[in-house]
Ligand binder design. Structure first.
Ligand SMILES: [Fe+2]
Ligand SMILES: [Fe+2]
Length: 254
């Protein structure tokens, strides 16, 4: 059994409120009787992308298990590479911060879908060519492709403005490849859908939730701070479908 703790959007900014919500999740993970195999954080690690925020991210996510991270639209490549050098292994410098990481027999292709200074996502022709090459490599175990911006509309009138553009060539790069699942964040909602015939599993936003317009929490606007922070636990067993559990943490597990 291979278990991924999938976190997203902690938006650390030096505030106690943001830190406490992430700590609720990390305290919960530390209390497991069987540690997860890997922690994956799908972007918006920091809120403004400053070096001090990345120092905070590095400290708060110093766990006993491998931790993988990728950038979101709130992240900034240069300070991210410096502040998270213990976590991020990406060739080159600056933007984009793509990675291929192998953990306990599973391969993670971590894409940087951010566009500096913009909220929407995009994969350039160069990034798509890189992805096509990586996905052509033979893999033995499960293969996950993770990124920040979901590539298809999620029927949310506000967030759908800021999804990944270039979704057609992205789907083309994925088709026919042995991808177990696509893992994303950005929309601050735990949800499951599909893209290019593959499961697309989105982790809840740790910092906040973005309610659908007809939900009670939407009466106060786009950002819901009352829903507790959450995460996804993806459980993989060879030869069987991936199982995803969503958890929302009303208080620390201690
Ligand atoms: Fe976010
Ligand atoms: Fe985002």
């Amino acid at each position: 059994m291979f278990v991924i703790a999938h976190l997203s959007d902690p938006h650390l900014d030096g505030s106690v409120a943001a830190r406490d919500r992430l700590r609720r999740v990390t305290a919960y993970l530390r209390d497991f009787s069987r540690p997860v195999d890997v922690v994956l954080v799908t972007g918006d690690l920091a809120d403004h992308g400053s070096e001090s925020e990345y120092a905070e991210v590095a400290a708060e996510l110093a766990l006993e298990v491998p931790v993988l991270m990728l950038p979101g639209n709130h992240d900034v490549s240069a300070p991210l590479r410096i502040g998270l050098k213990e976590y991020v292994e990406s060739p080159g410098e600056g933007h984009p911060v793509h990675q291929v990481r192998d953990v306990a027999g599973a391969r993670f292709v971590l894409l940087d879908t951010s566009v500096p200074g913009e909220d929407h996502g995009l994969l350039s022709a160069e990034s798509l060519a890189w992805l096509t090459g990586v996905l052509a490599e033979p893999v033995e175990g499960p293969l996950f492709v993770a990124f920040h911006h979901p590539p298809n509309e999620l029927q949310h009138p506000v967030l759908d403005q800021w999804i990944l553009q270039s979704s057609e060539p992205f789907a083309e790069a994925l088709r026919g490849r042995p991808v177990t699942a696509l893992l994303a964040g950005h929309v601050h909602n735990g949800l499951a859908t599909s893209f290019a015939g593959l499961p697309l599993l989105v982790a809840p936003g740790i910092r906040s939730t973005a309610p659908l317009p007809f939900e009670p929490a939407a009466r106060d606007g786009l950002v819901d701070l009352t829903t507790p922070p959450g995460l996804a636990l993806h459980v993989h067993v060879a030869g069987q479908p991936l199982v995803t559990n969503y958890r929302f943490l009303t208080s620390t597990s201690q």
